[in-house]
Design a binder for this molecule. Structure first.
Ligand code: DGL
Length: 297
């Protein structure tokens, strides 16, 4: 008889200003099904996208500390473009665990996708004004044009992800962006969705871009980067989290017990009912019981 020792899976903290980051969590679960996830949506203070750097940094640092100190997160994924663009430094200063934002993975994916070297980015007001995407894309040798699309987050929050009005708003924003690109003599072939709410609008956005333009979802790119980081760190004390749960059970216990569900704990700073309802749409599965937390002012 051999004695089996099982190692508890590490907790990955995932943070967003609201539920949009659940698109990142969904992509993370697909790639790291054996991790335990703690997700915090700072819904009481949403939207971050229209606030100042100082305020966003304060909110984001408090949220990160909650995930690390109270939930034991050993790694943080900032599943919010606005917080990644304006507060990555503040978050890194506030906690001692590794922190991954969504901007750099999004820019790296745009580099991979683009043939012309010209890319477009749509995001919140704050993300665009920070020019974090522009800087990250330029560092990859790309030319970039960014546009704030402030109406899109409220339309998604309203649940109008397939509404004719939303389709029209997208058509107008992307038309303006194309005209601006033409005026600057750019030939964009890639569009980065620089906001975690936008993947829910992907079908409408894809209908509005020119044929051949690739749409990059920073949620997918960030999850891919996180999975690579984790698998690179895999040791006996830090299991290979990408293994399917069933394969993991076989390897550890030598039995073919049914695959356990990935462990997910969701926290919100405002109405847990709305989070449970909206969150399931973003996550494409029930989010389970959501716990209310108070992070102060
Ligand atoms: N999560 C934000 C982002 O990805 C969008 C919502 C907000 O403005 O807070 O930029």
């Amino acid at each position: 008889v051999t004695t089996q020792t099982t190692t508890a899976p590490p907790t990955i903290g995932v943070f967003d200003s609201g539920f949009g980051g659940l698109t990142v969590l969904r992509a993370l679960i697909e790639r790291l099904p054996r991790a335990r996830f703690a997700f915090l949506g700072d819904t009481a203070r949403l939207p971050y996208g229209s606030k100042s750097r100082r305020t966003i940094a304060r909110y984001a640092a408090q949220s990160a500390q909650f995930l690390v100190r109270e939930q034991g997160a050993e790694f943080l994924v900032i599943a919010c473009n606005t917080a990644s663009a304006l507060a990555l430094d503040a978050i890194q200063d506030a906690v001692t665990v590794p922190v991954l934002g969504v901007i750099e993975p999004g820019a790296a994916a745009a580099r991979q996708a683009s043939r012309t070297g010209d890319v477009l980015v749509i995001a919140t007001e704050a993300t665009v004004h920070s020019h974090a995407y522009a800087a990250a894309c330029r560092a990859h040798g790309l030319r970039v044009l960014e546009k704030a699309c402030p109406l899109l987050v409220p339309l998604v929050e309203e649940g109008w992800t397939d509404h004719p009005l939303t389709a029209e708003v997208i058509r107008i924003y992307l038309g303006e962006l194309r005209a601006e690109a033409a005026a600057q003599n750019l030939h964009p072939d890639t569009l980065v969705l620089g906001c975690t709410h936008y993947p829910l609008l992907r079908p409408l956005i894809e209908r509005s871009v020119r044929p051949g333009v690739k749409v990059i979802d920073s949620a997918e790119s960030a999850a891919e980067a996180a999975a690579q980081l984790f698998n690179g760190r895999a040791t006996p004390g830090c299991p290979i989290l990408s293994e399917s749960a069933a394969a993991g059970a076989d390897r550890v216990g030598g039995t073919s017990s049914p695959a356990p569900q990935t462990e997910i704990h969701c926290f919100a700073t405002d109405s847990v009912e709305k989070f449970e309802q909206m969150g399931s749409r973003f996550l494409e599965r029930p989010v389970g019981a959501v716990e209310l937390v108070d992070l102060g002012g």
